[in-house]
Write a new protein. Structure first.
Length: 388
């Protein structure tokens, strides 16, 4: 049995992840569901060990032996690239592989809000992309870097573990550094990046105090910093950053964060209504005077939810429920799935039925603006056809 054959089968079945474990056949994650490859026999310890040898080099094998786990990137010409984690469980090896799509999809192709294009062209500050594992954070950040690459003449440094999407130099010059090969850690690479004349720094993940602290300094000193957090929404992201600092620094960090944070993109992947793939439901928070006030004053931080839901028309912000409603109105997802994913199912059900409270002006504005944008795009396309 060859691992590349398993990977080819996974790609043909549009799997996002492949799991290899002793005693089970290969397991694929297809549209969010785990599906066993029943055409193949259960894997034994020798087969998994052979796969691990095929995937790793000498340095990675030493790391696996020492730490009982290792992250790496694996690429096959004509097949694609994969993010790999090999780990030990119950005394045997197991392997998890994440498919990295060939090519980088644009913000529009990913069904992401247009405001993300504007955020991508910020000259300085901090932009966070958040969500649970497998919610598409890396794909969104790759699309943002690609948008910068197509629209700005600047120097971009990415710090990743491992490198996933490969960027070609276009308008921008892009240097990609991989943890364990090109640098030792996120924190050390980020500190070095400040001496490498960057305009944009992508940090694959803000994992620890040192990385978060350095990222805030980098954003303060005139760089655009893009990074990810494993948090569910904007409010949780703000609280997570503040919580890594000692209590006596919280007030200072709130002031610092309010000054540098440009936006938070939080996303969940929702199964499409046609059963073919998933689409992102996205909460967008943009820095405004009110949002900055909510960050600075601890007792007001939870008011950010209200600022987001009322900020669509003026600032392009949107809540998860507003995003779900837009996906539903475009027939991309089913009503049942939208209800399951919504933050407030009862309120969402009432909105779908058209029973809006008199105080829910923000949602009416959101839907009116959505319709207006769609009509504008239709007229613009018709004008292009006429001119052609």
């Amino acid at each position: 049995m060859d691992i590349n054959e398993i990977l080819l089968t996974a790609l043909n079945k549009f799997a996002s992840d492949i799991h290899l474990k002793v005693g089970l056949p290969p397991i694929l994650r297809i549209h969010g569901n785990l599906v066993p490859l029943k055409t193949l026999p259960p894997l034994d310890n020798k087969t998994i060990s052979d796969f691990a040898m095929q995937l790793t080099n000498d340095l990675q094998r030493e790391k696996l032996k020492k730490f009982k786990e290792v992250d790496l990137g694996y690429g096959v010409s004509g097949l694609g690239r994969f993010r790999v984690n090999i780990f030990q469980q119950r005394g045997t090896l197991a392997i998890a592989l994440r498919v990295i799509p060939v090519g980088i999809k644009s913000i529009e192709e990913l069904h992401l809000p247009k405001i993300i294009e504007k955020l991508s062209l910020e000259q300085r500050g901090l932009i966070l992309c958040t969500g649970v594992t497998g919610s598409g954070k890396s794909t969104t950040l790759a699309a943002m870097v690609d948008y910068i690459n197509n629209h700005r003449k600047c120097h971009v440094i990415t710090i990743e573990d491992p490198i996933e999407y490969l960027h070609k130099d276009k308008m921008s010059m892009i240097n990609q550094r991989e943890i364990g090969f090109d640098t030792l850690s996120f924190a050390s690479a980020l500190k070095s990046a400040l001496r490498q004349d960057p305009d944009v720094i992508l940090v694959g993940e803000m994992r620890d105090f040192e990385t978060i602290e350095t990222a805030l300094v980098a954003a303060e000193t005139g760089h655009l910093v893009l990074s990810t957090l494993h948090t569910l929404d904007a409010v949780e992201s703000i609280n997570r950053i503040i919580s890594v600092f000692p209590p006596y620094q919280h007030k200072q960090v709130r002031l610092q964060l309010a000054g540098v944070l440009k936006g938070v993109i939080s996303q969940r992947l929702v199964p499409r209504g046609d059963g073919i793939g998933r689409v992102p439901a996205v909460e967008i928070m943009v820095s405004t005077a009110r949002v900055r006030e909510c960050i600075i004053e601890k007792e007001k931080t939870r008011e950010i939810y209200d600022a987001i839901s009322k900020g669509y028309v003026s600032y392009g912000m949107q809540s998860f429920d507003q995003s779900l409603m837009q996906l539903l109105s475009n027939n991309l997802i089913t009503y049942e799935e939208a209800l399951r994913q919504s933050s407030n199912p009862d309120d969402f059900a009432l909105r779908v039925k058209g029973i809006l409270s008199t105080s829910d002006i923000s949602f009416e504005d959101f839907m009116a603006k959505t319709i207006e944008d769609e009509e504008g795009e239709t007229i613009e396309k018709d004008d292009k056809i006429d001119r052609f």
